[in-house]
Design a protein around this ligand. Sequence first.
Ligand code: SAM
Length: 308
Amino acid sequence: MFSYRHAFHAGNHADVLKHLTLLAALRHLQHKEGGLLLVDTHAGAGLYRLDQEQARTSGEATHGIGALWNAAAAAPAAGLPVPAAVADYLGRVQDLNPDGALRQYPGSPALLQALLRAQDRLTLFELHPTDGRLLDRAVRAWRERTPRAAITLRRDNGFEGLKALLPPLSRRALVLIDPSYELKTDYPQVAAVVADALRRFASGCYLVWYPVIGRSEAHVLPRRLRALAQRAGRPWLQAELAVGAAADAQHKAQAAQGHAVGGLRASGVFVINPPYTLAAQLREALPWVLDRLRQGRGADWSVVTGEP
Ligand code: SAM
């Protein structure tokens, strides 16, 4: 069941889109003093080595964060401004790589914990035994560095566990729902979890990542999320990033099989109750990102929003 390991994909174009969006949303929510509940229902290992076997085998980070990292290093000399959301994201990656060589990449738990304020709480779920162990080790290190940080790790099912956390006492929450879509049932389960979360706590900010692939469930999911947001009378934002592909046989075969990760060319984020600044930030950031990550035909980006 659990063959997916995020270490092969950490720092790829899909992570770039997801983590940029996550950080920009969190930054905005933290403009208010009130405490936030942060939840990562599918947390992964927390942080990743890019100079070790899994990342090197796939090479995905090279065409994602690696390309942005190199472009940003060259940008000042070329007099090119880096969009604010990208600069913030790259700054968090730089915090892990202070000597300038890109060796480590922060997963969503590392990004969230780095911005945790005294009044915020972070709950992470991870079901994979190995990634759960790695995340446990990372969380212990974060707690040692910041003993008062309110971080809870549950090596448990995030789809199930979210229910008990909503509504939060603080009445403010940012929830990342980021499954691997290894199982076909992940798609309807995401929609069911979001429907339930909106019933329990309609004003939470819910951020769902999804792959854009040739599989009907993947097409249906963002449409269902849009319908859920509209039914609940909540604003929403949908952003997609497609890096495109040379039309080679391997990519065609993978797309035909509906692979969610190997050969992934495009992905999206669907945000319910997005901060009002998010659309403008992504519209500024994504063209810049795409210019650095573009791989071939079909490269594109979009940001669409809806009001209740
Ligand atoms: N959110 C992470 C990030 O951005 O760095 C990446 C997460 S990865 C795409 C999905 C993770 O969910 C995998 O590590 C997988 O083991 C885990 N997983 C799969 N099903 C799960 C479930 N029902 N509950 C919690 N974790 C699950």
